[in-house]
Design a protein around this ligand. Structure first.
Ligand code: M6R
Length: 616
């Protein structure tokens, strides 16, 4: 939800900012803008469209200067217009700012500011905050207050309700930048004679790998040479400097056509990274550092609860299946957005997990806070090192799959599935699972990257199938047990990137409603792995076939379907139950990807979406 970047240094600001915006574009991409403060003036170029269009505009109207900021927007308040694009300049021309988040009390602020003579060019909440900062700045200037840029931001934020990550500059103090966060991520990149503030590290790794993760309620005041963090209440904060462990190449597309394609094909390596060093020496169970919950505490838990959004919730649903199946412990799964308001009764000895690729999803963060408020320990499974969720959780498990840039989650999802299975193993081995079953389980997990490689080998076949079905308007995804969440995920993948209406259902449940959709024009993707209920799945396929619905079957290697039942067959390797959902995800990721490409969709930046949803 909006990418922001601010730069103070000795290099030309605009070109660096544009490069940063390209890396942040996945966070929002309906409009973009850059502002530079130089020679007593704030100059802004902003427009609707992508960063590439902004770049063309900047070629016509270059912005010279070494202090500046840039923004890529996902609209919240106000439509997608040039005027609503950021940066916003206060009506007295003193303050320029960019913002990620939502100012909830903007209406009352605006009424107050209109009364004071401030005027507005846009419909955004951001411009209101900019003018409020300008109002406090003017008062501070009158009284000759020191550090007025910082002081005016602090005063304005004390009256601000909602969420924000902001970068502010003042025309009178070029070379100074103030940034603050509450609920929206911000990091500080520490360079050589330059400092950068950005929504995430991808925007800064080309220049520096030294970062400080700003916390909620903190303000940073920077120049090219130094930075100082304080709280809203003016207490000094000792910064903790971290090192980013991945390089800029990890955030580049290389020879692939899209980030999504790259990330799908990276999955064998991503899985290896997610499991590295996480098995016991005797090879019979999983080990996690950083849980901050002792084995004894884990052992005493009577139930587990998972909260997440979107794809991460589907991974939680598979974890639910695995923990119940192997550890025989009850698990609850909930939409984070519902959990936070549902006030559901909870068992006393319950351990909470939240899952989030970005670690910044506001609903998931709010669910974490709600569970903690109720006195529960909450662990996070996240890919976002240093993210809000990682920091606020009591402990957790990093996914270690590197940056995921495509809006559609793929490698993060399968690594979450892997971690769910590893958790199930860890819990099961504390209970009834034998040593030898544990060893078999571990071997199966270690074999997952190779099985995924084999499944990826079906890409040419899946591409050809995608061509045949790319024109359809509706598609069903049907699976059972641990593959029901993969059916949900297949449907989500398809709809988010190709805009084809798709639904995921338990295969047998399909006859209680969705079967009404079945025509020759509505294909069904069936998961039909070998196992006890294969015949039941085949019966469901027969019901679809009887109504002339095309069938795309994803079967494991030993399955032989009745002749003519499926129109298309995609074979994946036979595998252990703990690994099956991971391997079965590959064909639906590829199918969605190729259908979206065939339909000419913008795969990495689907309409209306953003990678990291930091507004409620
Ligand atoms: O960063 P998170 O895992 O918390 O994101 C949750 C969802 O917004 C995300 O999974 C979304 O559903 C993806 N676009 C799915 O591909």
């Amino acid at each position: 939800m909006c990418g922001i970047i601010g730069y103070v240094g000795k290099q030309p600001a605009a070109s660096f900012i544009v490069e940063g915006l390209k890396r942040l574009e996945y966070r929002g991409y309906d409009s973009t803008g850059v502002a530079v403060v130089a020679e007593g003036r704030i100059s802004v170029v902003k427009k609707i469209g992508r960063v590439a269009q902004l770049e063309q505009e900047l070629a016509k109207r270059p912005l010279a200067g070494t202090f500046g900021m840039g923004h890529t927007r996902w609209a919240t308040h106000g439509g997608v217009t040039d005027a609503n694009a950021h940066p916003h300049v206060s009506s007295d021309g003193k303050i320029v700012l960019i913002h990620n988040g939502v100012i909830e009390n903007y209406a009352s602020m605006k009424t107050f500011l209109l009364g004071k003579g401030y005027t507005f060019q846009s419909e955004t909440d951001t411009e209101v905050l900019g003018n409020l900062i300008a109002y406090h700045y003017a008062k501070a200037a009158e009284s000759g207050e020191e550090n007025r840029c910082l002081a005016s931001v602090r005063k304005a934020l004390r009256h601000t309700e909602g969420t924000y990550g902001i970068v502010v500059m003042c025309v009178d103090f070029p070379g100074e930048m103030v940034a603050a966060r509450k609920g929206s991520p911000l990091i500080i990149g520490l360079g050589d004679g330059e400092n950068i503030v950005a929504s995430d590290v991808s925007a800064i790794v080309a220049r520096t790998q030294s970062v400080v993760y700003l916390k909620d309620g903190e303000i940073v005041h920077l120049s090219a040479q130094e930075f100082r963090i304080t709280t809203l209440g003016q207490s000094a904060v000792a910064p903790l400097v971290d090192r980013v462990t991945w390089s800029v190449a990890a955030a580049e597309m290389g020879a692939y056509a899209h980030f999504m394609e790259k990330e799908i094909f990276e999955q064998p390596t991503a899985l290896e990274n997610a499991m590295r060093g996480r098995f016991s020496e005797d090879g019979s169970t999983a080990n996690f550092g950083g849980l901050n919950v002792s084995a004894g505490e884990f052992r005493s838990m009577e139930s587990f609860a998972f909260c997440a959004c979107g794809t991460a919730l589907h991974a939680c649903r598979v974890a639910e299946h695995m923990i119940e199946r192997f550890a025989r412990l009850p698990v609850e799964c909930d939409y984070a957005s519902e959990f936070r308001y549902r006030n559901s009764p909870l068992f006393r000895n319950t351990l909470y997990f939240v899952m989030s690729q970005s670690g910044e999803t506001i609903d998931t963060l709010a669910a974490l806070r709600e569970a903690k408020r109720k006195g529960y320990k909450v662990l996070a499974v996240t890919n976002g090192v240093g993210s809000s969720i990682a920091r606020e959780a009591d402990g957790g498990i990093y996914q270690h799959v590197g940056p995921e840039i495509g809006v559609a989650s793929t490698k993060a999802f399968t690594s979450q599935l892997l971690i769910g299975s590893m958790l199930a193993l860890y819990l099961a081995r504390m209970r009834d699972m034998s040593f030898s079953d544990g060893v078999t389980f571990v071997k199966a997990l270690k074999g997952a990257p190779d099985l995924v490689r084999q499944a990826l080998g079906q890409a040419p076949l899946i591409k050809a199938i995608a061509r045949r079905y790319a024109h359809v308007r509706d598609m069903l995804f049907l699976g059972r047990l641990s593959l029901f969440p993969i059916a949900l995920e297949g449907a989500l993948k398809l709809k988010e990137i190709s805009y084809v209406h798709a639904e995921g259902y338990p295969a047998a449940e399909m006859k209680h409603g969705p079967i009404a959709l079945i025509t020759e024009e509505c294909p069904s993707v069936f998961f039909a792995p070998s196992g006890e209920i294969l015949n039941k799945i085949i019966s469901s396929m027969q019901e679809i076939k009887a109504r002339k619905g095309p069938i795309i079957a994803i079967v494991t290697a030993s399955v032989e379907l009745p002749a003519g039942l499926a129109d298309e067959i995609i074979v994946i390797p036979e595998c252990h139950e703990a690994v099956l959902p991971i391997v079965a995800s590959i064909p639906v990721q590829l199918l969605s990807y190729y259908i979206a490409v065939e339909r000419g969709c913008d795969v990495d930046k689907p309409r209306n979406l953003a990678k990291s949803v930091t507004v409620e």
